[in-house]
Design a protein around this ligand. Sequence first.
Ligand code: ADP
Ligand code: MG
Length: 716
Amino acid sequence: MNKVPDFIPVSELLTPKSVAVIGASEDLTKFGGRLFKLLVQHGYAGEIYPINRKRNSLLGIKTFPSIDQTPTPPDMAVMAVPRDAVKEAVLACAKAGTKAAIIITAKFSDAGEEGAALEAEIVNIARSHGMRLIGPNCLGIISPANSLTLCASPALFVNKLPKGRIGMVSQSGALMATIFDRAQTRGVGFSHCFSIGNQADMQLHDFMDFLVDDPDTDVICTYIEGVKNADGFLDSARRARASGKPVLAVKAGRTAFGAAAAFSHTASLAGSYEAFAAACRETGILLLEDTDAMILQATCMSRFALPKCPDIAVLTTSGGGGAITADRLSDLGVPMAAFSAKTVKSLGALFDGPAASANPIDMGASSVGGSVAVAEDAIKALLRDDGVGFVLAPITTAPDVRLICESIVNGAESVAAAKGQKPWLIVVQPGQAGDTARAMLRERGITYSDSLDEAIRVVEGYRDYARLKPLNAPERPAGLKACDASGLSGALGEDAAKVVLAEYGVPVNRGAVTQTPEEARKIANGFDAPFVVKVVSPDIVHKSDVGGVVLNLETADDVANAVTEMAAKLGRDLPKAKIDGYLVQEMRSAPLEMFVGANNDAQFGPMVMVGAGGVLIELLKDVAIARAPVSVDHARSMIEGLAVAPLLRGWRGSGPLDVDALAETVSRVSWMVADLGPRFQELDANPVLVGRKGDGCVAVDARLLMINFDDEGIAQ
Ligand code: ADP
Ligand code: MG
């Protein structure tokens, strides 16, 4: 690719002085027709140049036969033309001096090698002319903040574009439009929405970066299939967090099927979902499972201040509804607020005795009238209580749902908050009895949900967001030198892998490789009993599965015999396996086996892992993962989040184990794999035996896989 010259910034891309619509028509069944109509309809203030050879005007606007005949070079061009015409159109725009082009057309890198080559070609054309590209295979841009739509979605056929303070970047155009539409039906709008498609030129982080700095945006939503530039992404995420703007993400490809679908959709190499999740944790992005949850979360975050404490007050019309809500909240570990004396006093005017301090509050149990009568004063008291972080109001079906909701809204709106209102959310349970209430809430621009489940997920989102602590890059341990990886290649067995681990200060047990029983005896004589004998073979990955590990050997004679017997057995069972020798080593004992490992993620680079060791790792999938390198403190927090953590802390009087030593090992391994560079593929230290507190830990098995690249950079 050519060097990127100075390009138009995203902010200017959203305020073009002129827009050319290539393929414009009046046919609303076509992309170009809808896009053009919507651009006109939503009041874009600049010049519109419809490019159409057959007509003199469209919707009363003068057309131009080609892009080079417009009165001024258009700042922006949108093309919805057949794939085979895209290259020519890009070239024409680039030559005409267009600053940016949106390519809606698909079947480029999302459709195999030939498409990818064409995509690279058009990027080259654009870049060499200083023109930016959005897409291809995207649905364009919606910028309510600028009354600009460069998008053909039917979701935009509305009288007025709903404005809001949520920015969105979506790899899928259809999902962007769906989210936009769904949000719109609940009265929620956006500042700017970008669909980025194949990200051939402009990428996710270009738009995230813009939204971080954008004064019209308070919360950033992203739908991601694959990250092309991990550093750019991580950097914008960190900047967002530092500027106090929450970034929410939904990532496709959590499963193998999802990953395959994401690849064929926008040619995104999914990388592993776990690695992406680790990157989110590291930078403070809130990762959610679906886009509906994301939109409600973003709405709450854009309309309210972040909760100052995790405690929740539940205000409901039904004892049953309150009980179910309380159950769900306690599943999440979210505390029910204990009200202040002042709040209890205020509620005492509405409820008798203990009901005045009960949480959930069942408004139906009021002593002064029904829910309508008490809702306004009750929510006021709750919103003023500093011990309440969030008010959740599930309203069950009743004849007066609308009046109840109105009371709540009146109360909430009358509570002035100096630094922004704390979040509160009404849930109007599904059913027609709530229809008028929902309509009223939409009209008044109030955030609500019609599903308790969705509302609970918002509470969960706030909980998780508060727990996210963005991490600084760790400091390299003093005196730790980077190893020379040039001599390491292919699959390194236990002995060779342990040499590298030891260089990084990871404790390993003593061992030596031999070919003969006699020499094995000699080695054992120099070591401390008991001993272990293991086969050394590039063809045997799981040694113990084939009888390639013998433990508990007491004497040097036992060691010699074990070598003889193992050689005979493997000769019979695996005659084709190449046997490089036998590893004689010291046996260690410890209360717990853990696994420390690493791999190299396609998008986020070296990742370090720690989890339950031995066979448990496959059974329990109890693994914490983070981008390498990690500090010892970070490693400790990874370990503390594992399901086996209670065993490490000391389970049922068995005393605590050496978590510090394990954390140190995880950190050391992380530096090692970070230093090994792009040829690094995989490391397994399984098991790492963890002793009692103060006794340390030791890796008693290891494997390291390094690949080589040929002259053209292809992995061998
Ligand atoms: P593999 O994983 O290839 O089957 P290992 O070297 O991990 O072989 O050995 C299998 C198991 O034997 C380990 O999970 C551990 O329980 C035990 N083991 C192996 N080496 C030692 C040793 N030096 N000290 C104590 N236990 C060991
Ligand atoms: Mg092992």
